[in-house]
Design a protein around this ligand. Structure first.
Ligand SMILES: *[C@@H]1O[C@H](CO)[C@@H](O)[C@H](O)[C@H]1NC(C)=O
Ligand SMILES: *[C@@H]1O[C@H](CO)[C@@H](O)[C@H](O)[C@H]1NC(C)=O
Ligand SMILES: *[C@@H]1O[C@H](CO)[C@@H](O)[C@H](O)[C@H]1NC(C)=O
Ligand SMILES: *[C@@H]1O[C@H](CO)[C@@H](O)[C@H](O)[C@H]1NC(C)=O
Length: 454
């Protein structure tokens, strides 16, 4: 008996054919979805605003909300990822490019729906229409992992701000303060993953803000000279009010820009941003030295525990300068406060305006061109017995000492740059020819040191 094929049946058979030809097709093209695994760094639930509308999108190992299943992918340097998705309901192909900015932020640019009849769906044919100058859309991770604020913003500022969408003029009040400081001894704790902005109402500007806002840091990145960092308001549950983007610029330390939506592409320059902060750094108090460092410590050194660091020592001060990124440098100043036996209590002056703290160095007398030392935990108290207690330096023999190496030391001649000194050290100590070494562009390792790739 012959089966009578109803309309529904025919549709089913057609679908089956489409399905089969689809598989034949893609296997011929060699872009079977098996070869398209979306990496963990791109997966997650993401919130973003595009063309004035808010979206929540889910990306898992092989698909993306509203874009379909992943057919093929391409990535460069684990930073830029390009995917071709096929939405089987709409038969749309989508090319979606992601730039991984931080663990919590992706920038995205898309081709939109592409229907292809005759063409073969190669990555290039679907992605070729993407305009390289198209606006990037920033995606914020809903389940974000706060990161240390240090590379985004560090210090204390008094500020005046304007937000032409709320009020006219600039609200300047002595109580307007941005505070982003590292809390000593708690490098890994949540305190260093947040900063606050305190706003005070300005006369005649009823729409100016009043109160303190606390932000979690979601990471920072550079685009040319523009230094972006993204945040989440810790007290805000509405997603459209929670996520914001800030912009600073290497050539402009007076202004900082902030978005008033969960977007980064509204920030073109710090001065021309929806919300603009005019910043005045709060100066640190001066500290009078209370002791002298050994005379033969004076000079220029490099700190091997902090590879990029250039160390200058005179009778009372240790000044450490390093470069967490191209074009940026940081400085920490230590002032001799009290010394006994091999231990020296130092006052650590961090970034301007942040609270000073105290740290103890246990130093071995200079030997040739090497200073060996070990460092205790930083504390807020300035009491020698607490900060320099031997319990701070357990297991003396097992301890790996950090080193300051004399700039003049290696190979016995004066050298031009830290880079050269470092290469010479690698060569003489590790027998490594380091012509091709490069400094990592990553901000900092977990322990605050830079990473060097050899
Ligand atoms: C990633 O894409 C951006 C924007 O298209 C480009 O400027 C950058 O050079 C790319 N980076 C890598 C590592 O391919
Ligand atoms: C030591 O260096 C510090 C920082 O550069 C400086 O302020 C201080 O005056 C110097 N002290 C002496 C004795 O040269
Ligand atoms: C530096 O001075 C200390 C005494 O303050 C001495 O023990 C040490 O041998 C000296 N080191 C060098 C290399 O001169
Ligand atoms: C390191 O390697 C480069 C290139 O291979 C070579 O030109 C250079 O002389 C080497 N440096 C040393 C110190 O051996």
């Amino acid at each position: 008996m012959m089966a009578v094929c109803t309309r529904a049946c025919r549709v089913k058979i057609e679908m089956l054919f489409t399905f089969i030809s689809f598989f034949v097709f893609i296997s011929i093209q060699g872009v079977a979805s098996k070869g398209c695994e979306i990496p963990p760094v791109v997966r997650g639930t993401w919130f973003y605003r595009e063309n004035g509308e808010y979206h929540t999108t889910e990306i898992n190992g092989d698909s993306m909300t509203g874009r379909g299943n992943c057919l093929s992918s391409h990535h460069s340097h684990h930073v830029n990822y390009t995917f071709v998705f096929l939405d089987e309901q709409t038969t749309c192909y989508h090319c979606v490019k992601f730039i991984v900015r931080t663990v919590n932020i992706l920038d995205k640019v898309e081709s939109g729906c592409k229907t292809l009849r005759d063409k073969s769906p190669s990555l290039n044919s679907i992605c070729e229409g993407i305009n390289p100058d198209q606006q990037l859309i920033s995606l914020f991770a809903e389940n974000f992992v706060p990161v240390n604020c240090r590379s985004g913003l560090e210090g204390v500022w008094q500020f005046a701000y304007q937000n032409r969408f709320r009020f006219t003029g600039e609200c300047s009040h002595p109580g307007n303060v941005i505070q982003s400081c590292q809390t000593p001894g708690s490098q890994f704790l949540i305190t260093n993953q947040k900063f606050t902005i305190s706003y005070r109402k300005c006369d005649g500007m009823s729409e100016s803000l009043d109160g303190t806002v606390e932000f979690s840091c979601l990471g920072d990145w550079f685009v040319g000279k523009n230094h972006y960092f993204a945040v989440a308001n810790t007290k805000e549950s509405r997603k459209d009010e929670k996520f914001r983007c800030f912009l600073k610029n290497r050539d402009d330390d007076e202004y900082m820009g902030k978005s008033i939506t969960p977007e980064c592409n509204t920030l073109k320059s710090p001065e021309d941003s929806p919300e603009r902060y005019r910043m005045t750094p709060v100066k640190s108090e001066t500290v009078t030295p209370g002791c002298n460092l050994p005379l033969n410590f004076s000079g220029h050194w490099i700190n091997t525990a902090n590879i990029d660091a250039d160390v200058y020592i005179n009778q009372t001060h240790i000044v450490e300068t390093w470069h967490p990124d191209i074009g940026r440098s940081r400085k920490t100043v230590y002032v001799c406060k009290e010394s006994r036996d091999s231990r020296i209590l130092l006052t650590r002056l961090n970034v301007d305006g942040c609270q000073k703290d105290y740290i103890c160095y246990d130093i071995v007398p200079r030997h040739h061109n090497i200073i060996r030392y070990r460092k205790g935990l930083a504390m807020i108290k300035d009491d020698f017995h607490t900060v320099c207690s031997w319990t701070q330096f357990p297991a003396k023999n097992a301890w790996k000492y950090d080193l300051f190496l004399g700039m003049q030391s290696v190979l016995g001649s004066q050298v031009e740059s830290l880079e050269d000194v470092f290469k010479q050290i690698l060569f003489t100590i590790l027998k490594l020819n380091c012509t091709n070494c490069r400094r990592s562009l990553l901000p900092e390792g977990r322990d605050g040191t830079s990473v060097l790739y050899v």
